[in-house]
Write a protein that binds this ligand. Structure first.
Ligand code: NAX
Length: 329
């Protein structure tokens, strides 16, 4: 076992995604069976007791890889020495809340957390934002951490990616391992575009075998609305699948993607005409510890329009947080 534990900070530790993620992280699902972990949990005062309960249960698992669990309400303390950060806690939209109110409230969370990461985290910090609106919260945190390379800030669209694989495999009646080449583009929202243009099912182009009306209609809606379907069916929002996807994202980022690419929301470098700087989902592979956007995919007119619609939504959010002074103009 590695002598030095890796410090992992998770915010929103008293919530349901935190509960679904922490036991897997402590058992080695993120960094493997030889790497110990030091958990630093951040909560707001109202969530503190729930986080303390989680810490008691973590103790009761007697995980061989778990070095320690500490709980904080101060982001500066929580991110001290962190090289991995899961930003899960966020301000949910409540009845009557306008988008500007939601962005403002989340700016009050992700601005200070970005600054705390800037000032206290390890130089190798990798951040994934799960809390919604995830892409724009990542943008806010990134702009508040000027000393951290922008590409260290990412947001979760791996859940959408995994959903896109699972739903396609079910429709095609094949195992998920037969599915390749799916991309989710844009925002983690209803405008996201799960793109089958380059997908294959058992090495054959997916669009050759699927009903085109399903592939470019019902399928897209089904993937984009899967969160609502889970709420309607389960009675509460996705938790285990969201935690699983966040761990998939971070594990692949650190250890490398297998042959297949995945979908990652990261600051755009202008690839595929997506404006530089906005945090958009792209097809990406992790190579030598960094995400690399997959280049050279042909984008047909249908896909172009879908990507643009989602990117326009991100641009509106970007402009709104700029107007609110949450990121520099
Ligand atoms: P819960 O309400 O169960 O838990 C959230 C926890 O965060 C609470 O314990 C709360 O006290 C804490 N919290 C709030 N503000 C905080 C702050 N400033 N610092 C530290 N902790 C804070 O929500 P949960 O189901 O765990 O979902 C968490 C977030 O993930 C939500 O924003 C949700 O919308 C988002 N999701 C994002 C997904 C994605 O694919 N990107 C999918 C799943 C999920 O819906």
């Amino acid at each position: 076992m590695s002598a030095q534990p890796v410090t992992i900070t998770l915010t929103g530790a008293g919530g349901q995604i935190g509960y679904a993620a922490l036991f897997r992280i402590a058992s080695g699902a993120l960094l493997g069976s030889q790497q110990s972990v030091r958990l630093r949990l951040l909560e707001v005062p109202q969530g503190l007791q729930a986080a303390e309960g989680v810490a008691l249960e973590l103790t009761d698992c007697a995980f061989p890889l778990l070095h320690s669990v500490d709980i904080f309400t101060d982001p500066n303390a929580a991110f001290e020495g962190a090289s991995v950060a899961f930003l899960v806690g966020a301000r949910p939209r409540t009845a009557g809340m306008e988008r500007a109110d939601l962005l403002q409230a989340n700016g009050g969370i992700f601005g200070p957390q970005g600054r705390a990461i800037n000032d206290h985290a390890d130089d190798n910090i990798r951040v994934i934002v799960v809390g919604n609106p995830a892409n724009t919260n990542a943008l806010i945190a990134q702009h508040n951490a000027p000393d951290v390379p922008p590409e260290r800030f990412t947001a979760l669209t791996r859940l959408d990616h995994n959903r896109a694989i699972g739903i396609l495999a079910q429709e095609a009646r094949v195992h998920v391992s037969e599915i390749n080449g799916i991309t989710v583009w844009g925002n983690h929202s209803a405008t996201q575009y799960p793109d089958l243009s380059h997908a294959t099912i058992s090495n054959a182009p997916a669009l050759d075998t699927l009903d085109p009306l399903w592939a470019r209609g019902e399928y897209i809606r089904r993937v984009a609305q899967r969160g609502a379907e889970i709420i309607n069916t389960r009675g509460s929002s996705s938790a285990a699948s969201a935690a699983n996807a966040a761990i998939d994202h971070m594990r692949d980022w650190i250890s490398g993607t297998p042959q297949r690419w995945t979908s990652v929301a990261l600051p755009s470098d202008g690839s595929y005409g997506i404006p530089e700087g906005i945090v958009s989902s792209f097809p990406a592979r992790s190579v030598d510890g960094s995400w690399k956007i997959v280049q050279g995919l042909t984008i047909d007119l249908f896909s172009r329009e879908r990507i643009e619609a989602s990117v326009n939504e991100l641009l509106e959010e970007h402009n709104a947080v700029k107007a609110l002074g949450l990121i520099p103009a």
